[in-house]
Design a protein around this ligand. Structure first.
Ligand code: DP6
Length: 361
């Protein structure tokens, strides 16, 4: 599908008012998206596990205006309270998606949103939040166009979510989602995420992700600024090629179930992401002493037990611990005994791979 396919021609139905609720999960990238071109086109393909319990719930209420106006009209409630700080991001989103959802100025909206994970935990809520909002708007569009098929609904939801926040396009479906053109991934696209349809070994079923909250503060580097650092970055081209190669490697690994190889790719991706930030101008050091302490503990744990716990990082100090279900008990004991001490207030979140967003009754 191309961008043009997402521009509707006309809507057969009329909708006066209503409401719809979606719950959409966060996701954790294994091959990282870092660097983008205009219009939220990724500089390289990425792949992520969709998560299960880290979710945003968004209710969208809509009421048709008597007459369309020149403005977007919306109220924004976050966890029950008016949240002005989030308005600019939503406004920008509406401006970006308007060509594809030409009804936006015809309605007054109330967006009520809340997260399952603790407020300001340093967990990116843009992926779950933007995907949930995109899905709500698509539900309204489906009422305006009742013949819309499921495939179009899903692809366009991901397409719109991407315009809100790149990684959000990987949160619509599960369990592994690829975003960005890759020669060896069937139907991969720069415009939206697609489920990874190749064979996946049972070792990766129900894979765990325990998120250690090392630093719950505000993000030091906004993702927009972060991605910009890859323009004119001395290692950019090599890095983008490497992401393609790592996806090829993961494709083989998912088939074979080779967990040792999985660890090599995933940890290298995380460290490369941080290496890119450390070697850009300006440069950023987003790991904290506790991030490093945790990583060293993980290395030692693997050496001593032969188990397959590994880490990945986003653009911050928190650590995502990835491990197979069959090693969950021993790993969980290790987290409680050895890693919890490095978390702010001892806080961590146990999550696992999930199947994607859900519409609520
Ligand atoms: C480090 O999706 O937050 O988490 O498109 O500017 O909203 P924008 O960026 P965003 O970037 C996420 C980057 C990452 C890696 C990843 O999730 O692939």
């Amino acid at each position: 599908m191309t961008e043009k396919d997402f521009i509707p021609k006309s809507y057969p139905a009329a909708v006066e008012q209503g409401e719809v609720t979606w719950q959409s999960p966060s996701n954790i990238a294994l091959v990282k998206y870092w660097g983008k071109l205009e219009h939220q086109i990724p500089a390289n393909p990425s792949i992520s596990f969709t998560l299960d319990s880290c979710r945003t719930t968004t209710k969208l209420k809509f009421q048709k205006k008597q007459k369309p106006t020149a403005d977007f009209d919306f109220r924004l409630l976050f966890e029950g309270e008016e949240k002005d700080a989030f308005r600019p991001k939503i406004l920008k989103f509406m401006q970006r998606v308007e060509p594809y959802l030409p009804f936006l100025k015809d309605y007054e909206f109330t967006i009520e949103t809340s997260n399952s994970f603790p407020h300001s935990s340093g967990i990116a809520s843009s992926a779950s939040g933007m995907s949930a909002l995109a899905l709500c708007l698509m539900s309204l569009e489906r009422q305006l166009d009742p013949e819309m098929d499921e495939e179009y609904f899903t692809r366009k939801s991901s397409f719109l979510a991407r315009l809100g926040s790149g990684s959000a396009c990987r949160s619509i479906e599960g369990e592994l989602v690829v975003w960005g053109m890759h020669n060896n991934i069937y139907r991969s696209s720069d415009l939206y995420g697609v489920p990874f349809r190749d064979e996946v070994h049972d070792n990766f079923r129900n894979y765990r992700d325990t998120i250690l909250l090392v630093d719950k503060g505000e993000k030091q580097v906004s993702s927009t600024l972060g991605h910009d650092l890859m323009n004119d970055h001395p290692y950019a081209e090599t890095r983008f090629r490497q992401a393609h190669d790592n996806l090829d490697k993961l494709k083989k690994i998912f088939r074979s179930g080779d967990l040792s190889e999985f660890i090599k790719v995933v940890e290298s991706e995380a460290l490369t992401l941080h290496a890119m930030m450390m070697t850009s101008q300006p440069y950023f050091l987003l790991m904290k002493p506790n991030t490093l302490a945790i990583i060293n503990k993980i290395f030692r744990f693997r050496e001593e037990t032969g188990l397959h716990l590994c880490f990945t990082l986003d653009a911050g100090a928190n650590v995502h611990l990835l491990f197979p279900e069959k090693e969950a008990q021993e790993t969980q004991e290790f987290i409680e005994a050895e890693l919890k001490q490095f978390c702010q207030n001892g806080q961590y979140i146990n999550d696992r791979v999930g199947s994607g967003a859900k519409k609520m009754a």
